[in-house]
Write a protein that binds this ligand. Structure first.
Ligand SMILES: Nc1ncnc2c1ncn2[C@@H]1O[C@H](COP(=O)(O)OP(=O)(O)OP(=O)(O)O)[C@@H](O)[C@H]1O
Ligand SMILES: [Mg+2]
Length: 226
């Protein structure tokens, strides 16, 4: 059994649209690092939103087929329980960051998961250290650069300690050094048994992946030879 399983998924955002995903299948094994590539607008972010239950729990759309996390259909799992299993870092950090300090931002997820206060403190420290942003703990995220906000968004998901991480082009706004650090975080997560799906346009990141999948014409195709 895969940790993520998708069978014959059809999806469109609006009834009047053509289908964006057309009979898509995917099985991801626990501990895999998977890269997802494809042209702009082909549906990569949409697919990640479906895997983490944003669609259909928060945003609607026309969806058919099965999407399972750890053997259970996402549509039947409560949002709170999905958040324990899968964390997503969005393409645009502004859509993820909304609290007045970096510390509040990182504490928000674990607080909602009812993690004890002392443990939340440890998680904030660990997450900030991982993204090398310890110096910004009491800053207002609005004063940070796009790349720094992306690192804080990443830290806030690290602090939730899910089993599956979805990263949607999180390297795009980062400088070379921060990119290296994020790659290291991904490898460390993977060593700890975590499963990762990442979307990147920059082919320089693809060497991390165990498998590279291309989304095209609404289905996934594995690219060999990476
Ligand atoms: N909330 C929404 N409502 C309606 N249409 C949407 C919505 N979100 C995305 N779309 C449309 O669905 C298609 C796929 O968008 P999506 O963001 O999933 O593509 P993508 O592969 O992630 O693109 P990019 O590489 O530019 O990030 C696009 O045509 C987009 O305009
Ligand atoms: Mg996208």
């Amino acid at each position: 059994m895969g940790i993520i399983e998708i069978y014959d998924l059809y999806f469109k955002h609006k009834p009047e649209d053509d289908y964006l995903l057309k009979g898509l299948n995917l099985e991801v094994k626990e501990g895999e690092i998977l890269a997802l590539i494809g042209q702009s607008g082909c549906g990569k972010s949409t697919l990640l939103s479906i895997i983490c239950g944003i669609i259909p729990h928060i945003r609607r759309g026309c969806i058919e087929g099965q999407v399972k996390l750890m053997g259970e259909e996402v549509k039947n799992i409560k949002i709170k329980d999905i958040a324990k299993r899968v964390g997503i870092v969005f393409q645009d950090p502004d859509s993820q960051i909304f609290l007045p300090t970096v510390e509040d931002e990182i504490a928000f997820g674990p607080e909602n998961l009812m993690v004890p206060r002392e443990e939340i403190g440890h998680r904030i420290q660990r997450a900030l250290k991982a993204v090398r942003m310890e110096a910004y703990r009491y800053e207002n995220p609005n004063n940070l650069s796009g790349g720094q906000k992306q690192l804080i968004a990443l830290a806030s998901i690290l602090a939730m300690e899910p089993s599956i991480f979805l990263f949607d082009e999180i390297m795009a706004q980062l400088d070379e050094e921060a990119r290296r650090q994020v790659k290291k975080i991904m490898l460390d997560l993977n060593k700890a048994g975590k499963t990762i799906i990442f979307v990147e346009h920059d082919t320089g990141a693809l060497d991390l992946a165990h498998r590279v999948l291309e989304l095209k014409d609404g289905v996934l195709r594995e690219l060999k030879g990476w």
